[in-house]
Design a protein around this ligand. Sequence first.
Ligand code: SAH
Ligand code: DHB
Ligand code: MG
Length: 225
Amino acid sequence: MSTDRRWSAVDAYFSGALLAPDAALEAALANNSAAGMPAHDVSPLQGQFLALLTRAVGARRVLEIGTLGGYSTIGFARSVGPEGRVITLEIDPHRAAVARSNLRRAGVADRVEILIGAAAQSLAALAKQATEPFDVIFIDADKPGNPAYLEWALRLSRPGTLIIADNVVRDGAVADAGSKDPNVVGIRSFIELLAREPRVQATALQTVGVKGYDGFAIALVRSIA
Ligand code: SAH
Ligand code: DHB
Ligand code: MG
């Protein structure tokens, strides 16, 4: 991971200035680390960004692909409010258990359902149940899965749904058309699908900060025809 001292300094400045101390989020990170989980959560400022977007669109139903310890999940759950619902997908039962306890600690466990198993399977099950469409869908699991996750996300969307994908820059590696890295190949296929997809209007933004150099893709579903 490439880092620059300025990126961390600016993240520290913005998070110190704009984010209130948050015991539940801090406890979640401590629990994740004690459980030996990788620090692949979004950063505090990125989590706030996702939570703000979710509130801005008035989301009541959020689908998250990739739970880890539920750090991003807590922000989504707060944003949908007590009557809202977050469904989050995690392949690793141990991580799901840690997430469950972090969500309980944050007081939002009642509005979050963790589906344990391979996301492709859980997504197929959700589509089969013909559940209500989601308002926000956050794709943040295994990157080779992204093209398939986009197809499922579109099936679970309505016009106006926001689909957001994390880690689309990967330290700049995404620009390498010849990359053999399966993560990069997955992200590039995902971006090419978005580019060809008439049902969405999409963009991607590079980010720097305490999590290094990465970025988000954001797609607005225009129609589901
Ligand atoms: N959204 C979290 C971070 C998720 S990290 C946050 O920002 O706080 C990615 C997670 O996806 C990991 O916990 C990993 O176990 C999970 N994952 C990887 N492959 C998966 C798959 N095929 N199905 C479901 N989850 C998967
Ligand atoms: C990785 C995955 C993530 O979702 C993330 O935010 C950072 C890193 C990874 O698999 O390396
Ligand atoms: Mg991520």
